[in-house]
Design a protein around this ligand. Sequence first.
Ligand code: KG4
Ligand code: ZN
Length: 371
Amino acid sequence: MLILAIDTSADETAAAVTSERKVLSNVRYSQILLHKKWGGIYPSVAKRAHEERIDWVVDETFKKLKVKSEKLKVEDVDYIAVTQGPGLAVALEVGIKKAVELAKKYKKKLISVNHLEGHIYSCFVQNSNGNPKRDFRFPYLALIVSGGHTEIVLFKDQVDYKVLGETRDDAAGEALDKAARMLGFGYPGGSVIERLASEVDNKDFFNFPRPMIKSNNLDFSFSGLKTSFYYFLHSRVIARSKATKQSHLRSPRPAFGGTRDDNNIALDIRQLASSFQEAVFETLLIKTDLAIKQTTINRIVVGGGVIANLYLRKLLRILVKKYRGEVLFPPFKYLTGDNAAMIGVAANYKAKKRLFVKDFKLERIPRLRLS
Ligand code: KG4
Ligand code: ZN
């Protein structure tokens, strides 16, 4: 069963051809450089970039695709899958329009996929040789940690989910991005924070707040942490400016990032990054621990850009060991970020359940929920 999958939910124009859980071809065009100067995704820039690249990305996916040395075309796939949401409306529309157009032209059934179920299935994606061979052992707890989402989901069975908790404001990745920006680094900032923190052994120096850890539910909130980080930096910079009689507050970026050649401040930045990361990750850990206790499920799958972070992987491994459980991560690095391979694999299980879009009528849903 061959599936052409398309994802244009945020800043990657992505297409893939999958067969069951195997990825036969995967292409994506990242817009990160286009958005860097805005410090986040700029909608009209994203829309135009998706429109300019979508045909190229789909064509390239087929150019790279070989099945038994035979060249395949769009007409050879069985189904076409596309991300319906959640995501940026103007970006989602580009992928959906393309998928509907191809499905109509080649008379293929259309499958709509929730971007978040893609991140959940990313842990089960295989390379073209069928590795790794992980079997499903339901039920799982799924932790989604990306730039747009932080959720704990009960993954009961194939294509069967229940959201147990989610962020009430910022996502974990978004919080890391904002902290990195306050420290003078560009977007996205999660990997910069990871590197800085590892240079000081991921220690906690400043003990920033761990939001909502005392509430007996599985919801998150990261905006208060971000604010307290901001005020902490602000008070330090003002104190430093007064002491040195220099203004370090000309703009929020050079105020911290522009003085990195000063050894003392460089040390501060690493300690600040590490302490912030620790506050975010400890919150994730405490809530995941609570979810294990509440559900008695000790098998966890984790998806989303933030799980590229090796230190977070280590913390989660330690946590599940306590419960003699297991934790699965996306097996290849490209699967942590946005991609269409995970959409194709999720669509495979929707196809098995005959969950198709009726009459090619598919509207983007920017706030689509898992259900
Ligand atoms: O899943 P993703 O590519 O896009 C969304 O669907 O949001 O996630 C992007 C997020 C960004 O916030 C980025 O800073 C974060 O993933 N990220 C990381 C790392 N690499 C990317 N966060 C922590 N450590 C990393 N190594
Ligand atoms: Zn994503």
